[in-house]
Design a protein around this ligand. Structure first.
Ligand code: CDP
Length: 204
């Protein structure tokens, strides 16, 4: 049977780090679905039409390191409210999830919309302050300019937009397990998540 792990949660909750570690542990493939929205956001910043960019997106566009900037994150959050953009990205995500050998997908609506039948659904969260601090350190470590207060404000604005949009709003799937990482190190979060997934794996 196909094994799909859905990892959803708000901005900078640690989904990416956790999902990568889970994929490595279980030998699954990993898709950071935020990159799809970031690639569309980057295309729009370059003057493209969001729906056209989404409909013609090539997988190679996901490898661009420029997708990691705050400007692109903000643009991604804005185009992510457009129903036609989200629709255009569904097949790519579902095909990825259905691959043999298992897959971990992280995003906002994986357990609710993209893979409602996922084998395991995690909702990874942390306080806005913790998430803003993590994002700040991530940017500083990457050599980018960063302002703590501005990042906290941006995290809150994105939370608000993600949670309140009409199409595929961010919310835990009813059958998801919530993992609050506010007081956990990355290693502790990884250990908890592995335990949750192992418990729910078919044939034990
Ligand atoms: O890494 P971070 O959590 O800051 O952002 P991301 O996961 O790369 O996603 C960037 C933006 O894309 C988010 O603010 C969401 O608005 C949007 N997104 C979405 O709507 N649905 C997804 N499955 C993934 C991302």
């Amino acid at each position: 049977m196909k094994m799909t792990v859905a990892v959803d949660g708000p901005a900078a909750a640690g989904k990416g780090t956790l999902s990568k570690a889970l994929a490595a542990h279980f030998g699954f493939a990993h898709l950071d679905t935020g990159l799809l929205y970031r690639a569309v956001g980057a295309g729009v910043l370059a003057g493209g039409d969001p729906i056209k960019v989404a409909q013609t997106l090539e997988p190679a566009a996901l490898d661009n390191p420029a997708l990691r900037t705050q400007a692109v994150a903000e643009a991604a959050s804005q185009i992510a409210v457009i129903a036609e953009v989200r629709q255009a990205l569904v097949d790519f995500q579902r095909d990825f999830a259905a691959r043999d050998g298992g897959a971990v997908l992280d995003g906002r609506d994986i357990g609710t919309v993209i893979c409602p039948d996922a084998t395991v659904k995690l909702f990874v969260t942390a306080s806005a302050e913790t998430r803003a601090e993590r994002r700040y350190l991530e940017l500083v470590n990457a050599g980018q300019a960063a302002d703590r207060a501005a990042i906290l404000q941006e995290v809150r604005a994105r939370d608000d937009r993600d949670a309140n949009r009409a199409t595929a709003p961010l919310r835990p799937a009813v059958d998801s397990v919530t993992l609050d990482t506010s007081d956990l190190t990355a290693d502790q979060a990884r250990a908890r998540a592995i335990a949750i997934i192992s418990e729910r794996m078919p044939q034990g």
